[in-house]
Each structure stands twice: as C-alpha cells, then as structure tokens.
Design a protein around this ligand. Sequence first.
Ligand SMILES: Cc1cc2nc3c(=O)[nH]c(=O)nc-3n(C[C@H](O)[C@H](O)[C@H](O)COP(=O)(O)O)c2cc1C
Length: 208
Amino acid sequence: MLMSRTPEGIPASVLVGVTGASGAIYADRLVKILSKSIERVYVVVTDTGEKVARHELPSGSLLLKAMAGKLDKSEKDIIRVFGIQDLFAPFASGTSTPDAMVVTPCSMGTLARIATGISGNLLERSADVVLKQRRKLLICPRETPLSLIHLRNMTSLVEAGAEMIPLMPGFYQKPSELDDVVDFCVGKILEQLGVAHTLYKPWNSRMR
Ligand SMILES: Cc1cc2nc3c(=O)[nH]c(=O)nc-3n(C[C@H](O)[C@H](O)[C@H](O)COP(=O)(O)O)c2cc1C
C-alpha cells in the first residue's frame, strides 16, 4: 500500500496537473525527476494542455510518451496518467488525496476555475480536494502581463492555502542553456515539495 509522506517528510505521491499555458517543458522535467525520487507520480493533462505539449515538446519527451500511453514498464510502475474527464479517478475523492499536487504550467483559465471551486474536470476537482483536505497545492502560473483578475484569483488561492510558484527563472546562477533555466523553476517546485535535488547549487553555498 502506498504510504503517505515518508518518515523523512518526502511526499510518497504527487499529482502533476498540466494545462494549456506555455511551458510544458516544466511539467516534463518535473515528472521525470519526481519519477526517480518518489513512489508514485500521477499525471492529468487538460485538452489544451495536450495540444500545447505536442506543439512545444520534442518527440520522445517523457510527457508525450505518458500522454500517448507509451511509457516503459518500469516507468508505468511509477507514473500513472488519468484522463481529464475521469472523475472516477481515486484522487477525485478526499479518501484518496495525493500528498501534494502541482499545477505546472498553470493557465489563467484553470487558475480561475480552481480559485472559484468550479471543479469541472479531474484537474480542477483534484485541486479542490487537495485544498479541502489541507494538502499541499502548488500553482505555477505562466502569463504575462497579469491583469487584476489574475492577481485577485492568485490571492484567493493563497488565502485558501495554495502556494504560488510563478514560472519566473532567476539568472543569478548564470544559466548557460535552456535546461538550466528550466531547472531553476523545477528546483523551486521540488524545494516546496520537500524533495531533495541537485538542479542548482544553493546560493553562496561556500559560505555555509
Ligand atoms: C501555444 C499556446 C500558448 C498559451 N500560453 C498560455 C499561457 O502562457 N498562459 C495562459 O494562461 N494561457 C495560455 N494559452 C491559452 C490557454 O491554452 C487557454 O486559455 C486554454 O483555454 C486553457 O485551458 P486549460 O486551462 O483547460 O488548459 C496558450 C494557448 C496556446 C495555444
């Protein structure tokens, strides 16, 4: 049986929700790293999320393979993909809540629907459940510029207990390639989940 957080406080199960915001590469990298770090990674992708991922990701990407049901046996043991309309999925109920959920990249549409409790598909319902069960909900918005509506919805979510992790890479680590930029944001997500990583060095680690 899948245990809840390990004795070290690392989540045993994380649900990754992927929407139609730009930045499928973040979800791809996160799923890859989580699948090597924790017991179970659930994935749910919105319809537009699938289209944008196919547009943005190179063929052979883990997320594309997962969406197409083409994971290897060893990957399938850890990564479970659910259909966006599958409201009979376990985590649509508070009795099977994952330890944490990450919505990355999060569109302003999905963000608005989670903020107002619409729960119209599995991703939105799962976020609703994670919030009501007081588990960790990380929202990684991707939009610019932001309207007052976007900002108000983000405020509502933070007030309800979600954590906002905008996909805003820093440059003080001196990234030299796209992977470094993506790793910066994914590293920030992993830190909030309590999952150790080596995607970048802590700032001024030589002074610790
Ligand atoms: C290529 C592409 C990039 C997009 N990027 C963003 C984005 O960064 N942020 C956003 O909020 N919406 C973005 N959109 C619009 C969303 O996909 C659209 O609002 C959609 O309805 C979101 O649906 P979902 O939340 O169910 O995935 C993009 C659309 C396309 C086609």
